[in-house]
Design a protein around this ligand. Sequence first.
Ligand code: CTP
Length: 397
Amino acid sequence: MDGRRILLIIGGGIAAYKSCELIRLIRKAGGSVTCVLTEGGSHFVTPMTLAALSEARVYTSLWDLKDEVEMGHIQLSRQADLVVVCPATADLIAKMAAGIADDLATTLLLATDKPVLTAPAMNVRMWQHAATVRNVAQLRGDGTIVLEPDEGEMACGEYGPGRLPEPAAILSAIGRFLGVRSRLSGKHIVVTAGPTQEPVDPVRVIANRSSGKQGFAVAAALAELGARVTLVAGPVKLDTPRGVERIDVETAREMEAAVSAALPADAAVLVAAVADWAVEPSPSKLKKSDGPPILSWRANPDVLIGLATSGARPPLLIGFAAETEDVIAQAGAKRLRKGCDWIVANDVSGDVMGGNSNEVHLITAAGVESWPHASKREVARRLADRIADVLAAGPDA
Ligand code: CTP
């Protein structure tokens, strides 16, 4: 990020304190930061703190700008390479969407000709309110980058999407936008996600409860670190993460074919809940009047074992293990049986499948690490971080 200039607008939310860490990270990465603090923001962080961290003057009011003869607010809005709004409150997003300019921050946002990246943070109900959904869609339509907030426990005690993404993730998004090389740039990683569906006849399928959320979060986290990600997805109702190439498949066989077509890769993370068996599908609809059908089952290919034994095995191969009992022992045995380097074990006897959070154990040749209960996004970021450590150090690390 050498020499890149960020104009950082800090809105009035409890997450404002995280902007302090963001300033530190941007500067550590070689960028410079000029802060604009809204009236609301000044109730959470002080100009003094921001000035000390950014080692630059902090602007709080339109009327601070002594050089208004030279249109100081226009200058300020144009000196940066990128304008970052962090945290962006529901109110600030609404004003941006409507083009209201009633203070320094909103005036700068209306006057700037530079790209704007927005990191929202608010209560889950505010984030999901029809007005905010409309405003975010408007902003995205206008070309503003709006990051998805994280899911998790909120300062108000509620749980859901609305938390400010971690400063490291915001830094990655800034770096990606500015075309700055990041930890996984130049690496290609294949991720599988979601369930597979095996047809019984033209209308019926055999399915499972996987929502795809964990796999999509892994793909998003790897892309945030600059990897080129191919996401092979079973049937799910999820948006494609930013910067990820998605290939939709239905059956285990299609998933296997899509994965092998995506090779070579530096790593593969197989999160999908692949159906272990399929039936010979009937070309016409099975009629109820014929009574319960007798299905003839056949085993599906095991995508992970196929990859582990192929000549194009990625240097780092990671599986996920869905277990309901003896989680660590079963998953450890599965790692050896399937020939992968790491396996991420999760207990799926509760509401993990379809839920937003997860508690996992990372099992490698070195042993077992039990990670705390966290949102699927946080689990994904932690895993992506570990993958980056290994790939940066070389596959033998
Ligand atoms: N997997 C796969 N192809 C299959 C089944 C599983 O690639 N046909 C992969 C999954 O994507 C995951 C790992 O293997 O990375 C473990 O999946 P899991 O469902 O836990 O294991 P199974 O092989 O299905 O074993 P079991 O049902 O006996 O637990």
